[in-house]
Design a protein around this ligand. Structure first.
Ligand code: NDP
Ligand code: MG
Length: 383
């Protein structure tokens, strides 16, 4: 029996993870659940899975959750700081970090310090502070098991392999809803168009990131830290069908790919079960549905974000933290119709130029960079 805490249980990854858990009650028990604004869903989940603790980070919803769970033994906490309690709760073996954004950083650190293994969906945490997180995980002997489908693919390809034998990896990208479009088209796209991902149903922020290719940029940075690679060992290849989830090329020229239907249940199921593989009834791949698999070069001139992410990773220090914070601000602004699609990259680039560069940041430096960049980016959006 694996005891699990889910940070961000009410989101796209969180709800799919609960479906996997519900289908395997003899394997998993939920000890803590957190949600932010969706109090009703959190209450429903709590009544069904009976965890020891729930956290509602939006404090204005505390009374609603507390009242609804008053007849139970479930401890109800509110606020961002309580995420760390859900992450470090006694008896928890594995923490699924399915929160969106850099708010995941502190609870992930709390979980690692408490010796909990991490099933990591919250890529922003590794983008912001990958060196710090991976060093801490090594010190505390904690596994970080990727949930992101590309990284799960690489992770699965590396089972039984030495990481020293990796020549390079290819992260596949669907290209999103605007693949093949030029800048004059992108100038006027709406959030409704950007939210229509061709292959995956996901939360709003990552869906916009997929349309702008920032998601792939963040994933390049995520891969660097998860697999301890140099920047030049990480390549991106556009693959519209999202069947090949990513590939590893070894030093003898051989390549391994992990494949399957584009369904987040697969990597979530693998991360929860790791190191085992557990049978599932998920839909199986049929070759006749996909007679062709295509691969293209990513268009980094039209989709500047991928290029900005590579630049940030090469620069190192707090630069990835800067692009992440700026990106969180511009995506929110785009979702509120406050800036255009192409302006998002302009603001991110201005933040990279305008923010103070710190070569070897401490945790405090990261938290301050995150906060200051949000203020700076916010001003650029309103001007
Ligand atoms: P969603 O937007 O669907 O869910 C986000 C979760 O985080 C919700 O539970 C939400 O609570 C909670 N949350 C939002 N804001 C805060 C906050 N300020 N403090 C605490 N909790 C908060 O996102 P996804 O599930 O799509 O993505 C989650 C993470 O997983 C992201 O980092 C994403 O990049 C990554 N990921 C997602 C994939 C997917 O298929 N969805 C694939 C690969 C990676 P509430 O809803 O109650 O407000
Ligand atoms: Mg991904």
């Amino acid at each position: 029996m694996k005891n699990i805490s889910i940070l961000g249980a009410t989101g796209s990854v969180g709800t799919q993870a609960l479906n996997v858990i519900e289908a395997n009650p003899e394997l998993y028990r939920v000890l803590a659940l957190t949600g932010h604004a969706n109090a009703n869903l959190l209450i429903e989940q709590a009544l069904k899975f009976k965890p020891l603790m729930v956290v509602i980070t939006d404090e204005s919803k505390y009374q609603t959750v507390k009242a609804a769970l008053s007849g139970t033994n479930i401890k109800v906490l509110a606020g961002e700081a309580a995420l760390c309690e859900a992450a470090a709760l006694d008896g928890v073996d594995l923490v699924l970090t399915a929160i969106v954004g850099s708010v995941g950083l502190s609870p992930t650190i709390a979980a690692i310090k408490a010796g909990k293994d991490i099933a990591l969906a919250n890529k922003e945490t590794l983008v912001v502070a990958g060196d710090l997180i991976t060093t801490l995980a090594r010190e505390h002997n904690v596994n970080i098991i990727p949930v992101d489908s590309e990284h799960s693919a690489i992770f699965q390809c590396l089972v039984g392999e030495s990481t020293a034998a990796i020549e390079k990896i290819y992260l596949t990208a669907s290209g999103g809803p605007f693949r093949g479009k030029d800048r004059s088209f992108l100038e006027n796209v709406t959030k409704a168009q950007a939210l229509k991902h061709p292959n995956w149903v996901m939360g709003a922020k990552i869906t916009i990131d997929s349309a702008s290719l920032m998601n792939k940029g963040l994933e390049v940075i995520e891969a660097k830290w998860l697999f301890n690679l140099e920047v030049d060992q990480i390549d991106v290849i556009v693959h519209p069908q999202s069947i090949v989830h990513s590939l590893v090329q070894f030093n003898d020229g051989s390549m391994k790919a992990q494949m399957g239907l584009p369904d987040m249940n697969l990597p979530i199921h693998y991360a929860l079960a790791y190191p085992d593989r557990i049978s599932s009834d998920f839909k199986r791949f049929n070759f006749m549905d996909y007679p062709e698999l295509n691969f293209y070069q990513a268009d980094q001139e039209t989709f500047r974000n991928l290029d900005l992410a590579y630049t940030a990773l090469r620069k190192g220090g707090n630069m990835p933290c800067i692009i992440n914070a700026a990106n969180e601000v511009v995506v929110e602004a785009f979702l509120q119709d406050r800036i255009g699609f192409l302006q998002m990259s302009d603001v991110i680039a201005s933040c990279m130029d305008g923010m103070e560069f710190i070569e070897k940041p401490s945790l405090n430096n990261y938290l301050e960079t995150d906060m200051h960049t949000r203020i700076f980016a916010g001003q650029l959006v309103t001007n």
